[in-house]
Ligand binder design. Structure first.
Ligand SMILES: Cc1cc2nc3c(=O)[nH]c(=O)nc-3n(C[C@H](O)[C@H](O)[C@H](O)COP(=O)(O)OP(=O)(O)OC[C@H]3O[C@@H](n4cnc5c(N)ncnc54)[C@H](O)[C@@H]3O)c2cc1C
Length: 399
């Protein structure tokens, strides 16, 4: 599967941070993790001192799956508003899911703080504005529900938005809890730390999985065999082939990073900004004084998206941004397309399925893929080590 087209900004900015060898022998281990994106990196890092023999395998290089293409907004607000999620999964599960995503932002902060040297992470507010007057009533309901459930939110009227953010919108929710991180570089940093006492393999395609009584056998494209007691599938959107029922649709999403701009153009605390319209656009400030704009999704994904399509989407994103932020002379510098999985309720799939014994899935699908990866790492590390996790039920496959 082609996970993205054209080179995402993070790959250009960071390049190949570390390389690892491909597997050239058979292995006998406790935990095999397929995938070396942010999901696998968090799981591997959490297991690094567990005393278990853990190894990570990726058919590409570390972080070069969807993680490299991510626009990396860290938000607790998932694509399904809390009001709607309550209807879909019940009030308790909905609020707990939102709360877990909120906590995950700060957990990433703690992980970044524990790395040596400390990894760059910022808490930033998140602003969701009503795209049209007709969206105001629903957004206000969303605000009241979140407020009632003790989320740190503020309601902004049109005048407040104009004064604080410099653009016109009928109303908005300002959340105190959001974050930003370079997910590609963080993936490399976590796996580098993990690899000090454990193994990471690049260019190692797992082409076949056998299930036995005591574990799994994995075969690589070169017919090396990995025997492992347990398996974690953290293959991002390419994991879908391992799940017998349909759990997600793959869409295309588009993103650009601007040429550097003067700081005077930036807005209140460099908040993450997004809207209520679907498909939405979103924007944030990234390193080197650039602005990232994303969105204008299509509800399908082709193996190869033509450059002309990406050019057209880039123009649409630039125009949409400049229509909102009329005073900011944004020009696109880098642009790309990425595959993007959507689930029926916006929640991820984490845990086991009966068809694949000894196997755990970390499928952080949806707009909050990175915060979901943090949650998946916490849940799976408990389950793998035989501990209960009270949140596991929220994201199980048979929900
Ligand atoms: C354009 C875009 C914008 C996004 N914006 C956001 C955002 O703002 N906020 C957010 O939280 N999330 C966002 N996401 C989602 C987020 O980036 C993903 O959820 C996350 O990066 C997925 O990480 P992963 O490790 O699960 O998958 P990946 O990064 O795709 O890693 C999976 C790895 O598995 C490997 N693999 C697959 N099959 C095999 C095999 N058989 N053998 C060996 N290796 C294999 C692949 O090579 C790949 O490297 C965005 C995604 C895109 C594309």
């Amino acid at each position: 599967m082609n996970l993205y087209e054209q080179t995402p900004y993070w790959l250009m900015k960071n390049g190949i941070v570390s390389s690892y060898p491909s597997l050239d022998r058979d292995l006998n281990i406790d935990i095999a993790i397929i995938g070396a994106g942010i999901s696998a990196a968090l799981i591997a890092w959490n297991l690094r001192n567990s005393g278990l023999k853990v190894a990570v395998f990726d058919r590409r290089h570390v972080g070069m799956g969807s993680t490299a293409a991510s626009t990396a907004f860290l938000q607790y607000e998932i694509d399904t508003p809390l009001t709607e999620l309550c209807r879909l999964v019940g009030d308790k599960a909905a609020v707990e899911s939102y709360e877990l995503c909120r906590k995950a932002i700060y957990d990433i902060g703690k992980i970044c703080g524990a790395l040596q040297p400390k990894f760059d992470f910022h808490v930033v507010p998140s602003l969701q504005y009503a795209s049209f007057n007709t969206h105001l009533a629903n957004l206000r309901q969303e605000y009241l529900l979140r407020k009632r459930n003790k989320f740190n939110v503020e309601w902004l009227e049109a005048n407040d938005i104009n004064k604080t953010f410099g653009f016109m919108a009928p109303g908005a929710i300002l959340s105190a809890d959001g974050g930003e991180v370079d997910a590609y570089l963080l993936t490399h940093t976590l796996l580098k730390d993990f690899a000090e006492h454990n193994q990471v393999y690049n260019n190692t395609h797992i082409t076949q999985i056998e299930y036995g009584k005591r574990g799994v056998g994995l075969y690589t494209q070169n017919q090396y065999k990995v025997r492992s007691k347990k398996l974690v599938i953290a293959c991002g959107y390419e994991s879908l082939k391992y799940v017998p029922k349909k759990i997600a649709d793959i869409h295309s999403t588009y993103a650009l990073v601007s040429e550097p701009l003067e700081e005077k153009y930036f807005w209140h605390k460099n908040s993450l900004i997004w809207e209520t319209a679907m498909p939405y656009i979103y924007f944030r400030v990234v390193s080197d004084n650039r602005i990232l704009v994303g969105g204008r999704d299509d509800p399908y994904h082709h193996p190869h998206i033509r450059p002309s399509v990406i050019n057209r989407k880039t123009k649409q994103l630039v125009n949409a941004f400049r229509k909102k932020m009329t005073h900011i002379p944004l020009k696109a510098d880098f642009s790309w397309e990425g595959a993007f999985a959507i689930t029926k309720d916006g929640l991820p799939y984490i845990g086991k399925i009966p068809e694949r014994p000894h196997t755990y899935f970390a499928l952080g699908f949806g707009g909050n893929g990175i915060t979901f990866s943090v949650i998946a790492a916490e849940i799976l590390c408990d389950l793998i080590q035989g501990r209960k996790n009270k949140n596991a039920e929220l994201f199980q496959f048979n929900r």
